[in-house]
Design a binder for this molecule. Structure first.
Ligand code: SF4
Length: 211
């Protein structure tokens, strides 16, 4: 959808919410461009990860979300259910979102690659290169105001190297035309619980970026 049309749609939705129509479902209908892209991803065999997946994990959330979270790749539970962040990392993400005062229903959540790497290894660079076009098209369609990059793999979209999250977390940067804030992945937070407050702080900062 063009930016002007999308902005108009957002204005209408805000107005309807103001008028008391709180429960309008703005998730992608079955025939929307986002839904068509999801169908294309479901049949994708562009890289070796298609051989071992159970389900593709396209993403979840409102098609007009202001806030987008990008993780690295589906894990075991996500692969089973075809949904992002439903396992232990998802539970940790929910805790962090609550700390930051963000409702998960308001954000769009996806990953850099849409199929689970075997054994939960990091996706290889050639797998990321094969898949990245899907993420870029999701960004164009959703056009969020701010994106959160969870962990080194997501940060590598901006820096080109899969390292540096400790140094870069919390720093505002640009990915394409979007304001991006990298922070620790929930899996890291599970192993290092004291980092939870830092991630919540980064999410609060992201929230402030939304006009
Ligand atoms: S990871 Fe991406 S590019 Fe590779 S098969 Fe899955 S959807 Fe296709």
């Amino acid at each position: 959808m063009e930016d002007s049309k999308k902005n108009k749609l957002k204005e209408i939705l805000v107005l309807l919410k103001y008028m008391g129509f709180e429960k309008i479902d703005v998730r992608s209908p079955n025939t929307s461009p986002l839904s068509n892209l999801e169908k294309a991803v479901a049949g994708c065999k562009k890289c070796r990860l298609h051989e071992t997946r159970t389900n593709t994990v396209f993403g979840e959330g409102p098609a007009n979300a202001d806030f987008m979270i990008i993780g690295e790749a589906p894990g075991e539970r996500e692969d089973e259910q075809g949904l992002p962040f439903v396992g232990a990392a998802g539970r940790e993400l929910d805790i962090i979102l609550e700390l930051a005062g963000i409702d998960r229903k308001d954000i769009y959540i996806t990953n850099v690659v849409k199929c689970r790497p075997p054994g939960n290894r990091n996706p290889d660079m050639d797998e990321i290169e094969s898949c990245i076009g899907y993420l870029k098209r999701q960004l164009e369609m959703i056009n969020p105001e701010v994106i959160i990059l969870l962990g080194n793999v997501a940060l590598s979209l901006v820096t080109g190297t899969a390292s540096g999250i400790t140094k870069m977390r919390g720093k505002k940067m640009k990915y394409l035309s979007y304001t991006a804030i990298p922070t620790f992945h929930p899996v890291y937070v599970i192993r290092n619980p004291r980092s939870r407050e830092l991630v919540a702080k980064d999410l609060k900062e992201a929230k402030r970026c939304i006009g």
